[in-house]
Ligand binder design. Structure first.
Ligand code: ME8
Length: 525
């Protein structure tokens, strides 16, 4: 972690060649959870997401739709922004690489590198993958296919401009060695190091002749060329800071980013291209690039041709944004690959949300309503001292455990500890049987202990769940009759275990997570 109080988090900027799917939702939800957590902790967060609108893929998609590329981008952009709104994504800014100020920054950087003679023109003959928009060397290509996307590849010979990426190889290796958190998780760091230590890093072609591709940012020093889409796209992480942080404290330096969140597919472009570009531009490198794993669907690669692309909008329709968000980060340890299935989502919603947090809230509030006239009572004498102590111990450890989890992006671990507290409370209520205590007038002080303890745990759970499930968390706080405003940083200890709670008037409402009885009709993702 950097020591400054800012926290700058980014997602990849997604190609607008198609509508968003579960993969895009995954990275964006994860970034949102981090952004929300650090805001609550009082950090000055800048959360950036957006769209990558240039390049061949977008040009081809526009041609297929029979419109010019800008019209195509303008039509597709709302598909992303609407989805982010439905998923409760709290980004501070949304960049589109067709924004004029972004294009100006890209051109400025290109000119700087050109003036420093870090960009040169040369002939190049190589194997080109149109889909990935990159050249490969002879030894990379097996059977005429792109080593990355496995699509047929073509031999291409043309003049292009090159960035002297290769000269930064040793510096990059040193940087990765000296900064353990620069590439995470560790397995990915080792992969990148392994590749850099065994292969010579070549220079990077950063232009495309307009005769072949016209949809992009013109090179400032040669109008017959446009900028390679990755050079253009990566610059977004810095260009956005020049014109997008509106409503945030003025004059704050967000760069270098704390975390670039990316999928493992684009780790090399971030760890190698972006890092060397920054070195050449004399800018500090990001603190961390975290590459998460890949989702398959029912064990298969997700693709349009297979017809198995998971539409996040449908998930929100069927399960609600909170449940879908919870599932995405609960199902798979962040960094590892995961498999999506409708049945796994239903199981998580029922077992962890309906029977878990939803049930704990509803049974606690029902008892407070029936036996305490809807007012959270004060604690009386211990009822089950050993179990109460365990609950209190865990509750007191949770804020720190959560912070450790968030620092390491171990979202699943954070959720498992939250579930552990939920489970202990369920056990406590089952064993102390408050419904029996309520029938014995002399046991009222004990009853109060049980209800106060459960309500305390629920308050803490509501706070800890806020980054993951902002709506459910707000509902829990409202139903507990509390006035905590989670859109603002929390005062130290506010809402934690020992903060006063008795006397709060509850507003028992609808169940947070209704059980899903069976797979809805036609519910294929
Ligand atoms: O690569 N599982 O955009 P893109 C998990 N424009 N995550 C997935 C996924 C899956 N099956 N599919 C996609 C680009 N993602 C460039 C980025 S950044 C300067 C430029 C997520 O639309 C994951 O985050 O192809 C992946 O890295 C990203 O979407 C790729 O999005």
């Amino acid at each position: 972690m950097t020591t400054s109080n800012t926290f700058y988090i980014t997602t990849p900027i997604y190609y607008v060649n198609d509508v968003p799917h579960i993969g895009h939702a995954y990275t964006t939800v994860a970034a949102d959870v981090l952004a929300r957590y650090w805001r609550l902790r009082g950090r000055d967060v800048f959360f950036l997401t957006g769209l990558d609108e240039h390049g061949q893929k977008v040009q081809q998609a526009a041609a297929k739709a029979g419109v010019d590329p800008q019209t195509h981008c303008d039509r597709l952009a709302p598909q992303f922004t609407n989805l982010w709104q439905r998923l409760n994504i709290s980004h501070n800014a949304f960049i589109r690489t067709t924004d004029k100020p972004h294009q100006a920054v890209v051109q400025r950087y290109l000119q700087q590198l050109y003036d420093k003679q870090l960009i040169y023109k040369a002939d190049y003959t190589g194997w080109y993958c149109t889909y990935d928009e990159r050249f490969w060397t002879e030894k990379d290509v097996v059977g005429g296919l792109c080593p990355d996307c496995k699509r047929p590849i073509e031999q291409l010979s043309e003049h292009n401009y090159f960035f002297k990426m290769g000269q930064y190889q040793d510096r990059l290796i040193d940087h990765i060695r000296q900064h353990e958190e620069f590439i995470r998780p560790a397995s990915r760091r080792n992969e990148v190091l392994g590749f850099l230590q065994t292969q010579k890093l070549g220079d990077l072609s950063i232009s495309r002749p307009t005769s072949r591709l016209s949809w992009g940012i013109e090179l400032p020093f040669d109008k017959d060329y446009i900028t390679y889409v990755w050079f253009d796209a990566l610059v977004n992480y810095i260009s956005a800071l020049e014109y997008l942080p509106q409503g945030l404290p003025a004059g704050v330096r967000y760069w270098p980013a704390d975390v670039h969140l990316v999928g493992k597919d684009i780790l090399t472009t971030h760890a190698v291209y972006w890092s060397t570009m920054l070195m050449a531009l004399g800018q500090p490198l990001p603190h961390s690039i975290f590459a998460h794993g890949w989702w398959t669907v029912d064990g298969e690669k997700m693709s349009k041709s297979r017809g198995n692309v998971v539409d996040p909008n449908k998930m929100v329709d069927q399960f609600g944004a909170d449940a879908f968000r919870y599932f995405l980060l609960r199902e798979v340890p962040f960094g590892q690959d995961g498999d999506f299935s409708h049945s796994a989502l239903v199981t998580t919603v029922n077992a962890k949300l309906a029977n878990g947090i939803g049930n704990l809230l509803s049974r606690t509030l029902t008892m407070i309503e029936r036996s305490c006239a809807g007012v959270i009572p004060d604690r009386g004498p211990a009822v089950l001292p050993e179990l109460e102590q365990r609950i209190e111990n865990l509750a007191n450890q949770l804020p720190e455990k959560t912070e450790t989890g968030f620092n390491a992006l171990l979202f699943r671990d954070v959720l498992l500890t939250i579930e552990e507290l939920n489970g202990l409370c369920d056990e406590y209520i089952d064993k102390s049987a408050p419904w029996k205590l309520a029938k014995q007038p002399e046991a009222r002080p004990q009853l109060h202990t049980v209800l106060n303890t459960s309500a305390r745990a629920l308050r803490l759970l509501a706070l800890l769940l806020h980054p993951f499930m902002p709506n459910a968390s707000a509902q829990m706080i409202h139903q507990l009759g509390l006035s905590l405003d989670l859109s603002q940083p929390l005062a130290p200890h506010a809402g934690l275990w020992d903060a006063p709670l008795a006397g709060s008037i509850i507003h028992k409402g609808a169940s947070l997570f209704p059980r899903i009885e069976s797979k809805p009709q036609g519910a294929k993702p």
